[in-house]
Design a protein. Structure first.
Length: 167
């Protein structure tokens, strides 16, 4: 709430430079703010009496928006990239997938490796675990296992994350 929207009888007033002016009536606080050509802004409405501050409200909103924009700019979203393998994959095909996984991990993304078992392949789950462990070993220089290989219905899944760079 700002200026005339403040309907409280008494408020605790803080000046633009941060000094406390004490408890004054809302009308008196509004007059002081008008004399300084600034706005009266209610900061803490739940306090007894409510706390109001004299400030340039439009500048305050601008600075707040600028800080939020800066924070959004600095935050990095981590994407999950998925690589699908098969239980009877050849060594060259694994090496191609390893290169792609290293590329994703270097970019800071998480990688989900999945092996989908179909038909009689389901009887050879141990080969799937061997492929996963071999894959994790090949990318161990760039990434670590976040979640070890686990069967979920007909799919074996494992998550890798990028290794933390020590500078």
């Amino acid at each position: 709430m700002i200026n005339e929207q403040i309907r409280d009888k008494d408020v605790r007033l803080i000046d633009a430079d941060g000094t406390q002016l004490g408890i004054v009536s809302a009308k008196e606080a509004q007059k002081i703010a008008d004399n300084k050509r600034l706005d009266l802004v209610k900061i803490s409405p739940t306090a007894k009496p409510p706390v109001c501050k004299i400030m340039d409200y439009s500048k305050f909103k601008f600075d707040q928006h600028k800080k939020e924009k800066e924070a959004r700019k600095k935050q990095r979203t981590v994407n999950i990239k998925e690589l699908r393998l098969s239980p009877n994959i050849d060594t060259h095909d694994i090496n191609v997938k390893v290169k792609k996984a290293i590329e994703f991990l270097s970019a800071g993304d998480k990688v989900k490796i999945t092996i989908r078992f179909r038909g009689r392949e389901l009887g050879h789950r141990d080969s799937g675990y061997d492929i996963m462990n071999d894959f994790a070993e090949k990318v161990s220089e760039f990434g670590v296992i976040e979640k070890p290989p686990k069967m979920e219905a007909r799919t074996l899944a494992m998550f890798l994350t990028a290794k933390q760079q020590s500078n």
